[in-house]
Design a protein around this ligand. Sequence first.
Ligand SMILES: C[S@@+](CC[C@H](N)C(=O)[O-])C[C@H]1O[C@@H](n2cnc3c(N)ncnc32)[C@H](O)[C@@H]1O
Length: 292
Amino acid sequence: MRTAVQRTYAAAATRPRPNLCCAQDYQSEWIAHIPAEAFTFNYGCGSPMMKSAIREGEQVLDLGSGVGIDCFVAAKIVGPSGRVTGVDMTDEMLERAEGYRTRVAATLGFDNLEFRKGFIESIPLPDGSVDVVLSNCVINLSPNKPEVFAEMRRVLRGGGRAVISDIVSDREILPEHQADEDLWGSCYTGVLPVRGFIAALREAGFIGFTRIAESPWGEKAGYRFASLTLAAFISLSRVISACIRANRRSIWGLTPWSRTMPVIAFIACNRWISAPIPPPSWRRPPTPGTSS
Ligand SMILES: C[S@@+](CC[C@H](N)C(=O)[O-])C[C@H]1O[C@@H](n2cnc3c(N)ncnc32)[C@H](O)[C@@H]1O
């Protein structure tokens, strides 16, 4: 399957293939330094970068970096004191990304970004070396997802986080459908259901999750698909601060500052951490003015 995926993305790096995956728009203020042509090779399914709250000076890793769009946005935000590494297995993608990289560095006036050839199942970086792992529409393409999640966990340093956009399905994909190379390579039948996705992340040592965005993507071979963006944490303090941010209104609104507040916050966070991530809504909202 890996060779088939590589073939698909080698071709897609040579000639744009619209509708391969479900690329989403980026806010224009963050992309002015990126050559416009790069966006014709955008094969993501969300924008984990825009949702990752990346800060200046952080070390960022982007898995399956493609032509590098998320890396270029990250490079601008982390600035000269930060570092961004994109990892991809396809030579044609890496070549194109490298061409854009030199232009981006010239525009930014600093060069804090590199692309490395490698597999996301065996990330070419040392243990505990990054603050944030980004991944935009690549985990579904891997034939060995537990290895990918374990590698994400390995390279994160204490307090680190993963921000992932990927396609999820409404149920387990049957083995006979997984065998279709074209459907797998175009981000359909390699996907996991939400529950399986979270379970695999937990298995790898991630302990708290927050759903950031979702959008329905459509139906194929009898399955329903959606794009989901989530953050996954490896340290309790990060989970608690994400929980407090997410539940700020209910924790702060209900409880005036008092000695009981930490207890209420703890109970709320405990429930939040162990709550399952609900499945996305699979249907596109109706277009205004149309009746169903
Ligand atoms: C759907 S594209 C997404 C590219 C990019 N993240 C974006 O948003 O445009 C998937 C990319 O991951 C790469 N890829 C797929 N499987 C991989 C693997 N197992 N290891 C490394 N790269 C992989 C492909 O070469 C391709 O560039």
